[in-house]
Structures are given as structure tokens and as C-alpha cells.
Design a protein around this ligand. Structure first.
Ligand code: S3P
Length: 170
């Protein structure tokens, strides 16, 4: 089992921001599956969805996850849909700790308001989409997670502090 920390949760939960700060607090390297996919392909996520479809993006996501999941001393921020493939869930189980960064639907809607970078939210009613995705995915985030951390209240620093306390006592 790799000695790393993986952050899962919906779009707008703060996985990248919190992950980056957590990694510097722990003196770990920070990896972000979305960023790796973008830098490897030389294109941004909307472009990948356009050209290769969601399936193409998901294939890239699985291969990046498979490649980095056994790294030690890293914090890995993942894309909100990574938990959907059973294959990815198996890979996530190889991590020492999977943390579900949770937020209320209201907060998720606020934090993704007018987002242009997330293809799944470029629909007529993004708020409804956030709700649907949450209802569908929340049980799966819970299933893969070792810990659940609520991100609605307090700033990034206090959430990072909370996570590092959880890690140090386990
Ligand atoms: C997705 C979430 C995004 C990104 C892609 C698909 C999803 O990542 O991977 O747009 O299916 O929820 P964030 O959760 O970092 O926004």
C-alpha cells in the first residue's frame, strides 16, 4: 500500500487548493490528475472532451491514476468523476488514505458559478447538473473514502489543519 493521500469529491469541493496546501504542510509532492492529463496531452480538458469525448478523457484519467497511485509521499487531487469506474476504485484502494472532501450542494453551486472549464457544467441548468452528480456520486465517494471532511466552513488553512490531524492520529 502506497504511503500517499488521495483527495476525492465533487467539482468545487476544493481538492486542488486544499491538496496543494496539504502537500506543502506535509512536505509531500502535489499531483493533480487533471493537470497531468492536460500537460501530457498538451490540451485543456474542454478540448479533450470535445475531440475525444468523455470516454477519451476517462481513459486518460485511468492511465494517469494507474501510473501515480503507488507513489509515496504525494498528495493526489483527483477529478470529480474518477470514482465512477470500478477499475479506478480498485486503484484508489491502493492508497494509504482516501479523503472525501465534501461540500453542501449550495456551496458547490456557489464555487462553480459560471465555470467555463468544466465540460459537464456547460449545460442549460448547471445547478441541476451539480445536484444530479452529487446524488449519484456521493454514495460512491463515501464508499471509497477512509475519511470524510466537510469543507463548507472555515478557510483552506483550517481544513488543511483538520486533515493533517486526521492523518497524524491514524
Ligand atoms: C469532472 C471533474 C473535473 C474534471 C472533468 C470531469 C467530473 O475535475 O476532471 O471536468 O466528472 O466531475 P474537478 O473535480 O477538479 O473539477
Amino acid at each position: 500500500m502506497a504511503n500517499n493521500i488521495v483527495l476525492v469529491g465533487p467539482m468545487g469541493a476544493g481538492k486542488s487548493t486544499i491538496g496543494r496546501q496539504l502537500s506543502s504542510k506535509l512536505n509531500y509532492e502535489f499531483l493533480d490528475t487533471d493537470h497531468i492529463i492536460e500537460s501530457r496531452s498538451g490540451a485543456d480538458i474542454p478540448w479533450i472532451f470535445d475531440v475525444e469525448g468523455e470516454q477519451g478523457f476517462r481513459d486518460r484519467e485511468t492511465s494517469v491514476l494507474a501510473e501515480i497511485i503507488d507513489r509515496d509521499a504525494v498528495v493526489i487531487a483527483t477529478g470529480g468523476g474518477i470514482v465512477m469506474r470500478p477499475e479506478n476504485r480498485k486503484l484508489l484502494a491502493q492508497s494509504a488514505k482516501v479523503i472525501y472532501l465534501m461540500a453542501s450542494i449550495d456551496q458547490l453551486i456557489k464555487r462553480t458559478f459560471k465555470d467555463k472549464k468544466r465540460p459537464l457544467l456547460q449545460v442549460e441548468n448547471p445547478q441541476q447538473k451539480i445536484r444530479e452528480l452529487f446524488e449519484h456520486r456521493d454514495p460512491i465517494y463515501r464508499e471509497v473514502a477512509d475519511e470524510i471532511v466537510m469543507t463548507d466552513d472555515g478557510g483552506t488553512r483550517s481544513i488543511v489543519q483538520k486533515i493533517s490531524e486526521i492523518i497524524s492520529r491514524s
